[in-house]
Design a protein around this ligand. Structure first.
Ligand code: THU
Length: 142
């Protein structure tokens, strides 16, 4: 990675930390923030949004992706995710991101250190991913 890309990645990580500070996570107290970047350089922010009915919780990655979709962005290039322990996206979020961006590059950071790991292609995080194409069945003869 060249110096400009590295500096840009650090800047997106900082932006993601700001977003994490707005997470709604009174149950886990585990704040996650992310910045999703599309091919035009547009950015979409996301944080986790928890709920008293735990399974209703939305992860940061899906809030960012949903905002992007709603604003007409589907050509996603990279995502910068920060959390207290630098976790990688959960299985549900991997599937969600892969659907629209099978070549997405994932960068992971934490809430303190000015460093990150990545880029890691989402494909590597979701081997044998389920794809739309696989759900289209041949017409059955009656
Ligand atoms: N969480 C995310 O927002 N993204 C991830 O990649 C991992 C987990 C959230 C869900 C929940 O609010 C909290 O972190 C603890 O699991």
């Amino acid at each position: 990675m060249n110096t400009i890309d590295h500096a840009q990645a650090l800047a997106y990580m900082d932006q993601a930390r700001q977003v994490a500070s707005r997470a709604y996570c009174p149950y886990s107290n585990f704040s996650v923030g992310c910045v999703l970047v599309d091919a035009q350089g547009r950015t979409f922010e996301g944080c986790n949004v928890e709920n008293a009915s735990y399974s209703v919780t939305l992860c940061a990655e899906r809030t960012a992706g949903s905002q992007a979709i709603a604003q007409g962005s589907r050509d996603w290039k990279s995502i910068y995710i920060v959390s207290p322990t630098r976790v990688s996206p959960c299985g549900t979020c991997r599937q969600f991101l892969f659907e629209l961006a099978p070549d997405l590059q994932v960068y992971l950071g934490d809430l303190q250190a000015d460093s990150y790991i990545g880029p890691t292609p989402i494909r590597e995080l979701l081997p044998m991913a389920m794809e739309l194409q696989q759900t289209i069945l041949p017409h059955r003869k009656s």
